[in-house]
Design a protein around this ligand. Structure first.
Ligand code: SF4
Length: 385
């Protein structure tokens, strides 16, 4: 493993330890960020380290009494980590309201850590409403002010544009790697791709950009085998799937060529317009996101997740779709039947894997994945004959 990737891996696996070290080094504040729609750019412009809060590998124990069992693994893990003191190094948490469960988690964190500032901002969910721009500008103005209050100094428009520029560059670096993987120019494992995106969520962006430059200069360019069964991964909003699931997919003879995972393309697909006043850039970035990649927690007329997935699977030349659904994720569950119907109708092999925070019976899962890969391979062979 290259030293650049090893540094990213350390930060991705121990984000709060990385944040504590960064805070000790810089003397600045660390702001936790909840998925999926709040931009880190503003917190960065305020001189803070924005850290997208992740689930961890610990079983939910001390938090169990404070959270419903039918909350998704991320919410249960966030509450458990709060109770274990994992987030005590944070100076604030920026919360959105993108699903009902996260609202409950915000309440528990407020109750358990009353002295921790919660910057709660409600972004509108109907992105094409005629009042959406006005509302969104107001939300980001409020957040801007709250961050100024938190840090005790003004956030300039120039600093925000600089942060937007840096984050755009960071996203472009990762998108370039995605494109190279899609075209088969590099062999990079799904696990490593997750590490790269996840570390960008928790690291100082300038440091991450420098590591990406190093990674590119040392990455071996290799042609991949055309006999691989190419697959597209979809879903897993808000946090990363367990790496062993990605490993099991790749070890079964499949090659992941693209995804719409949050710790993946969803996090890096949309840039902000550097030529706009920053508050407008933030608002348009948010309101235009669904046109580029539909999110089941937002609505926009004429935008369908299944239509997006069908065209992306085709563009990526994937032979099958694997849907990774977080157990008890209501927004995803509402949309899944339409995705399944569309892919069945199009004759594209698709597999649903429901994931949990707790251990998954991997042997049974491997058998299902191997069967799916074999079906996808045979279907592709018949089509090519
Ligand atoms: S994974 Fe689903 S249920 Fe969990 S926080 Fe995200 S949207 Fe909500």
């Amino acid at each position: 493993m290259s030293p650049a990737l090893a540094s990213m891996k350390r930060a991705a696996e121990q984000p709060m330890e990385y944040a504590a070290e960064w805070k000790a080094r810089t003397g600045r504040k660390v702001v936790g960020l909840l998925p999926m729609h709040f931009p880190g750019e503003l917190a960065h412009a305020a001189g803070c380290l924005p850290v997208v809060l992740q689930d961890d590998t610990e079983p939910v124990t001390v938090g169990q009494a404070n959270v419903f069992n039918f909350y998704c693994g991320l919410n249960r893990s966030l509450i458990d980590q709060t109770m274990r003191g994992k987030f005590d190094g944070l100076d604030a948490i920026m919360f959105g309201d993108h699903c009902v469960q996260l609202l409950g988690t915000a309440d528990v964190i407020r109750a358990e850590r009353p002295s921790l500032p919660i910057l709660f901002n409600q972004l509108c969910t109907t992105l094409d409403a005629n009042w959406a721009l006005r509302e969104t500008l107001g939300t980001f103005e409020q957040l801007w002010k709250e961050l100024e209050d938190l840090t005790g100094h003004r956030i300039s428009a120039e600093a925000t544009t600089e942060s937007i520029r840096l984050f755009n560059r960071s996203r472009a670096q990762m998108r370039r790697l995605y494109e190279m993987r899609r075209r088969g120019e590099v062999t990079i494992s799904g696990r490593d791709m997750q590490t790269i995106v996840k570390s960008s969520m928790v690291m100082d962006r300038g440091e991450h950009v420098a590591l990406m430059d190093k990674l590119y200069s040392t990455m071996p360019r290799r042609a991949v085998s055309s006999s691989d069964v190419t697959v597209y991964l979809s879903g897993h909003m808000c946090h990363a799937p367990k790496p062993q699931i990605i490993d099991a997919i790749e070890e079964s003879g499949a090659r992941v060529v693209n995804d719409d995972l949050y710790v993946g393309w969803r996090f890096i697909h949309a840039d902000m317009d550097e030529s706009l006043p920053p508050i407008e850039a933030l608002a348009h970035w948010y309101l235009d996101k669904n046109r580029k990649m539909p999110c089941p927690t937002r609505t926009m007329q004429g935008v369908d997740w299944e239509a997006y997935l069908l065209s992306e699977v085709e563009r990526s030349q994937a032979r099958g779709l694997i849907v990774l659904m977080v157990k008890f994720c209501e927004p995803h569950m509402y949309f899944y039947p339409e995705i399944k119907e569309a892919f069945d109708k199009a004759g594209i092999p698709n597999l649903l894997i429901e994931t949990e925070h707790e251990e998954i019976p991997m042997e049974a899962l491997k058998t299902r994945i191997e069967t799916f890969v074999e079906i996808a391979k045979r279907r592709a062979d018949i089509k090519a004959a």
